[in-house]
Design a protein around this ligand. Structure first.
Ligand SMILES: *[C@@H]1O[C@H](CO)[C@@H](O)[C@H](O)[C@H]1NC(C)=O
Length: 488
């Protein structure tokens, strides 16, 4: 009779059966004179029978073994009487031997059938795994396609000739485009820029321009924030050329979170050539900036250093001349609302960008808030990023990169990531480094950027316009940016 122990060893075999194990089967009499079958199997992975087993695989094997056991018991039941007969030396020994051989054969067949089924199951599982992978890949592709389509502007049918020509007619439904961002909301009057005429023939041209602008790069955008990595920068759009030497370099900005009395469309500008820079010009919108007539001129109580200023939540943030002092100038009260030294920050030519110009401390605003980009002696000239409290100017957290500030032509923040510009004079340059404050990881990258006028002294990101604002050799320019995540 086959013992349960023997069957358990069969289970060892089933568990360990990956390759072609050597299997042997013996037949012999046990002490009581009964005939006993024994399997031995060399398993490459199991030195002995496992003491603990579980899981659905083991359960499946157990039930399979129970079936085998039943089969064996039935076979062995017939044999047991035969074996006893043999031991007694009775007649019909030849028949018994034949029976035993048949049973042995059946047992082997049952065993190899079980093994066959196991292999079949494994093949089916592999097959299903492949199908799942295939489906996941297709789902991912559909998602990317949907994202791409969403990021492209809709082509609109031209309005009927009698329809009122409002700027909302130019607004693509699929999200803001170049034009919709440049045209202040609510403006229904004529556009003064000659290239923006949209009488009936011009409208067609304009429409063609709109559909061409965004670069359809396959990319993902984070749902909710619309954040992502910088993947492309558009062509520079020139808004205005400064008409005096004071405007060779400077800074211009729009408040991404404007506060009354100034609306979101208001453009602010500081020409920064000179030793006592204190004038802050305000324009109703980009159109007025283009015509060159400020509607507001504010005289700052303390002089501005360089081109690092930024506008946020109704305040101008800037570095006080010849100091590491940061100032918050409140636009509504027209006074300094907060001042604080940026700890250990180099200033006045200690750690400037490659073009010099006392660009030691650069303030920036992105989707996540207010930042300072600078360096310290401790960082040995490497770019340090500080997250600032916009109310008090306190440093909330700092990150040290391994990019020397003097090797960067400029830097800006987008979605918590720092980007550095390779050259301020090359007509065709690149953003060649990024540092993610979320992971504290930096990496090289190559996103082309055009310095159209060959002397780019200021580049800042505007998170609401989703544009880079720049000051390139007297010219006030902007660039569209495309965010996403590059496909691996
Ligand atoms: C970026 O380019 C500038 C100018 O070629 C170079 O000095 C700098 O090392 C580059 N940075 C990286 C991270 O490659």
């Amino acid at each position: 009779m086959l013992s349960v122990a023997t069957l358990l060893c069969v289970s060892c075999l089933l568990l360990g059966a990956r390759g072609q194990d050597r299997t042997a089967m013996w037949r012999g009499n046990d002490r009581s004179g009964r005939c006993q079958y024994t399997f031995t199997v060399n398993s490459p992975t199991e030195a002995s029978c496992p003491t603990q087993a579980g899981g659905p695989e083991m359960d499946a094997l157990k039930s399979r073994l129970s079936l085998l056991e039943v089969m064996v018991t039935r076979l062995a039941g017939g044999e047991a009487s035969g074996a006893v007969g043999t031991a007694a030396g009775g007649p019909g020994a030849g028949v018994v031997q034949q029976q035993q051989q048949q049973q042995q054969q059946k047992l082997q067949e049952a065993y190899s059938q079980a093994m066959g089924e196991k292999a079949q199951l494994r093949r089916e599982k592999d097959n299903l795994d492949r199908q799942v992978q295939d489906l996941q890949r297709r789902l991912e592709e559909s998602r990317q396609e949907a994202e791409r389509l969403r990021s492209q502007p809709c082509v609109q049918t031209p309005p009927a000739a009698s329809a009122p020509q409002q700027d909302s007619g130019l607004r693509p439904a699929g999200g803001p485009s170049v034009l919709s961002r440049l045209v202040p909301s609510g403006q229904t009057g004529s556009l003064r820029d000659p290239s923006w005429h949209y009488g009936s023939p011009g409208y067609q041209e304009l429409k063609a321009e709109v559909t061409e602008v965004p670069v359809p790069t396959p990319a993902y955008i984070e749902v909710g924030t619309g954040c992502g990595e910088l993947v492309a920068i558009g062509e520079p759009v020139t808004h205005r050329k400064a008409d005096t030497i004071a405007g060779k370099y400077g800074v211009w900005m729009q408040d991404p979170e404007a506060v009354a009395p100034y609306g979101a469309g208001v453009v602010w500008r500081i020409d920064t050539v000179g030793s006592e820079v204190r004038q802050l010009f305000g324009y109703e919108d980009t159109d007025q900036l283009a015509r060159g007539y400020p509607t507001k001129v504010l005289l700052l109580p303390e002089a501005v250093e360089s081109t690092g200023a930024t506008m946020y939540r109704g305040s101008l943030y800037y570095q006080r001349r010849r100091s590491r002092t940061l100032l918050r100038y409140d636009l509504s009260s027209e006074s300094i609302a907060a001042r604080r030294d940026l700890p250990h920050a180099g200033f006045h030519g200690q750690f400037p960008y490659s073009w010099g110009g006392y660009t030691d401390i650069d303030l920036a605003v992105d989707e996540q808030g207010l930042w300072a980009i600078y360096s310290t002696n401790k960082a040995k000239g490497a770019i340090v990023i500080a997250k600032l409290d916009p109310h008090s100017l306190e440093v909330l957290k700092t990150w040290e990169t391994n990019i020397r500030k003097v090797t960067a032509a400029n830097a800006f923040m987008i979605c918590g990531r720092l980007y550095t510009v390779a050259s301020y004079t090359a007509a065709e340059t690149t953003i060649n480094y990024t540092f993610d404050t979320a992971t504290s990881q930096g990496k090289a990258l190559s996103v082309p950027l055009k310095n159209k006028y060959r002397y780019n002294s200021m580049i800042d990101y505007n998170p609401v316009q989703r544009k880079l604002f720049a000051w390139d050799n007297y010219h006030i320019v902007s660039y569209d940016v495309r965010l996403g995540r590059q496909r691996a």
